[in-house]
Write a protein that binds this ligand. Structure first.
Ligand code: 1CP
Length: 357
């Protein structure tokens, strides 16, 4: 793969080596949502900013919170501090957060005229603050570990854009899917272009790996997953080439073979998938990322260490594993347990393959 960014300058390139399925001395570890409300220092910076959105839109503060988990734990990567919903916000849907209620849009996509007007934003204009956050975070990292950029998948973004908020059943989205699939395809087509431009702009600004979060692809049937989610992710992946690409579909365990063949370097596994089965089904063509049950983060540290060893044993000593959770950290995570997990990954994975560099 052509990378225009020099990974050789990195003091710790363990993540990039594992994504390339090269041997590493320990299994690299980072945690989805590693910056966030379980950390008191995050809550302090968020309070200083005034709100989550203000925090995400202030590059210096976004860089500050992206580095907070690295100051506590020896993680092998930083992830850009932002949110997947910045893209529909830049499309004019009006993102806001009602206190304690999660994300909402002022103008969800409900009528044909609005859907026909929808256009992919220019990331260097409407999403400039994200690119600034990438640059500031890279600067603050000083080549310690790589920075991961990310986007929601076209389908997962469409879910929020149509529903106007999170949902247990995505009823409005499914109504459109069955009654007017042409409208859903029109939204997905715009989203695929938006996500492609957005990820390429993040790489240009300094992101050294990128991840597609397909959080809601798993709510589709197998045939619909191919038609409405995976085919659009494939289109994005074919046009984002200058950094290793991780694809994560929550609930995608039934479709691992086709996800692995979508044009990515790594597949994210949720906690329901047995790592050995995943490896047997996929083969050695891509790296795997995951897949500790995020609920373990509320367990006592010693119990969490046991679960870490179980996950590492299940993935085995072959190269190409990035340790992570099966989904994001919740605000209820115990900081002492997170610390124990990261420590155990480093210590136990070194013992698993003492022969590696
Ligand atoms: O009050 C607060 O401080 C806001 C909580 C919060 C945080 C910390 C939100 C609102 N977003 C984020 C940051 C965030 N979101 C990151 C930061 C980087 C990191 O440290 O990992 C990332 C990668 C995301 C991605 C994201 N946002 C996803 C995909 C991943 C996943 O967890 O499935 C989704 C679905 C969202 C939407 C969203 N934003 C925020 C919330 C609470 C949600 C979920 C809403 C829902 O359940 O539908």
């Amino acid at each position: 793969m052509e990378t225009h960014l020099q990974s050789t300058d990195l003091k710790n390139d363990t993540l990039l080596r594992a994504l390339a399925r090269e041997p590493t001395a320990h299994t690299p570890v980072w945690l989805m949502r590693q910056a966030g409300r379980y950390l008191p220092e995050y809550n302090a910076t968020r309070a200083k900013a005034g709100s989550f959105l203000k925090l995400a839109k202030t590059p210096a503060l976004a860089a500050e919170v992206a580095l907070q988990p690295l100051a506590r734990f020896p993680l092998d990567a930083a992830i850009l501090f932002s949110d997947i919903l910045t893209v529909p916000d830049a499309m004019g849907l009006g993102l806001y957060f009602a206190e304690g209620e999660g994300p909402r849009f002022e103008r969800p996509l409900r009528d044909e005229a609005a859907i026909m007007r929808l256009a992919a934003p220019d990331p260097t204009a409407e999403l400039r603050y994200v690119l600034e956050a990438v640059r500031e975070t890279r600067n603050a990292l000083g080549n310690r570990v790589p920075l991961i950029g990310f986007s929601g998948s076209p389908y997962t973004l469409a879910c929020y854009m149509i529903e106007g908020s999170g949902s247990d059943d995505w009823r409005t989205v499914k109504e459109m899917l069955y009654a007017r699939p042409d409208l859903l395809h029109r939204i997905l087509d715009v989203n695929a272009r938006a996500v492609t431009d957005y990820l390429n702009a993040q790489i240009e600004a300094g992101a050294q790996a990128v991840m597609l979060f397909d959080t809601w692809g798993g709510s589709l049937t197998a045939a619909q997953y191919e038609e409405f989610s995976l085919s659009y992710m494939r289109r994005v992946l074919s046009q984002v080439r200058n950094a290793p690409r991780i694809v994560f579909t929550k609930g995608g365990g039934g479709w691992l073979e086709s996800i692995a063949a979508s044009g990515c370097e790594a597949v994210g596994l949720d906690w329901t998938v047995a790592p050995g089965d995943a490896r047997r089904r996929i083969g050695a063509s891509v790296a795997l990322q995951g897949n500790l049950d995020p609920a373990v983060l509320s367990a006592p540290p010693a119990r969490a260490r046991e679960e870490v060893r179980r996950v590492l044993d299940a993935f085995g000593a072959a190269p190409g594993h990035v340790f992570n959770l099966g989904h994001g950290i919740s605000p209820h995570a115990r900081v002492d347990t997170v610390e124990a997990i990261v420590d155990e990954v480093c210590a136990y994975s070194r013992q698993l393959r003492p022969q590696a560099r």
